[in-house]
Design a binder for this molecule. Structure first.
Ligand code: SAH
Length: 251
């Protein structure tokens, strides 16, 4: 559940009969939340009121336990369309980190195989996916280095959130089906430049790079203006599609 207090502070919790939820704004008994309708308000021990809702995927991603930095909701939404993710698509994702992107892909119906070099992050991603998306989704995380190769063929989409995606292009050319999409998420434009130059020398075409700028607004009666604070930068998205080249046709 998601609890929201009067100052818009958000708390994510998994309900267990008999358990208590402690915040500095008071204690809430899980039993008071179990069975209550979404959108209702409950009181904590100090009389503070909390609105009760099921969390959205974005709420979960911003509040769940993290090892690595997660991809933010504004970018996750754009990634789903830029990489054209749909039900039943076979997707390789590397590295998996805390599993935020995995959750968005699974919710969109993809079959996801994650590659992650750090066992602790792999375990964290599996636990987050199981807790918030469930254990009946097609999801597997392999503890391996994607720079050393991809052990699959006929893959529809490859999504990369790691420092040197250009080192994956040769593997991606054999793992992806023709027309498949590769998408990389990178924090600096220097990395984007290196990736774009590697893409130019590869069998990929239709390369495209963009960023998503989200500016929220303060709307209060007669005061209507952009919020003072915004997240100024997260990452750049670069996508490309695998083409048939003369050398791949001969092979
Ligand atoms: N997209 C993730 C965050 C990924 S953070 C999310 O939304 O939650 C980047 C991850 O890439 C880290 O967990 C790191 O351990 C992993 N990584 C870095 N290099 C890698 C490699 N060569 N192969 C597999 N995983 C790698």
């Amino acid at each position: 559940m998601l609890l929201i207090d009067s100052k818009d502070r958000r708390y994510l919790l998994t309900l267990r009969p008999g358990a208590m939820f402690h915040t500095h704004a008071g204690i809430v008994a899980h039993d008071d939340l179990i069975g209550c309708l979404e959108g209702s308000t409950v009181s904590g021990s100090t009389g503070r009121r909390f609105v009760v809702l099921r969390p959205t995927l974005a709420d979960v991603i911003l509040k769940m336990p993290r090892g690595a930095q997660v991809i933010y909701p504004k970018d996750l939404g754009a990634i789903l369309l830029a990489a054209d993710i749909g039900p039943g698509m076979r997707v390789i994702e590397a590295g998996v980190g805390s599993g935020a992107l995995s959750m968005a892909l699974l919710r969109a119906g993809a079959e996801v195989v994650g590659y992650e070099i750090r066992p602790d992050f792999a375990a964290r991603a599996r636990a987050n996916v199981e807790a918030w998306v469930g254990d009946e989704v097609p999801y597997r995380v392999e503890e391996r280095d994607v720079y050393e190769g991809i052990g699959e063929v006929g893959i529809d989409r490859i999504l990369l959130d790691l420092p040197e995606p250009w080192r994956v292009l040769a593997h991606a050319e054999t793992a992806l089906r023709a027309g498949g999409i590769l998408l990389a998420y990178l924090p600096t434009i220097n990395q984007v430049a290196e990736l774009r130059s590697a893409l130019r020398a590869s069998a990929f075409g239709l390369a495209r790079t963009f960023e998503v700028v989200e500016r929220t607004w303060h709307i209060d009666n007669r005061s209507v203006r952009p919020d003072h604070r915004m997240v100024g930068h997260t990452g750049f998205l670069t996508s490309a599609r695998l083409m048939i080249t003369d050398s791949s046709r001969d092979a």
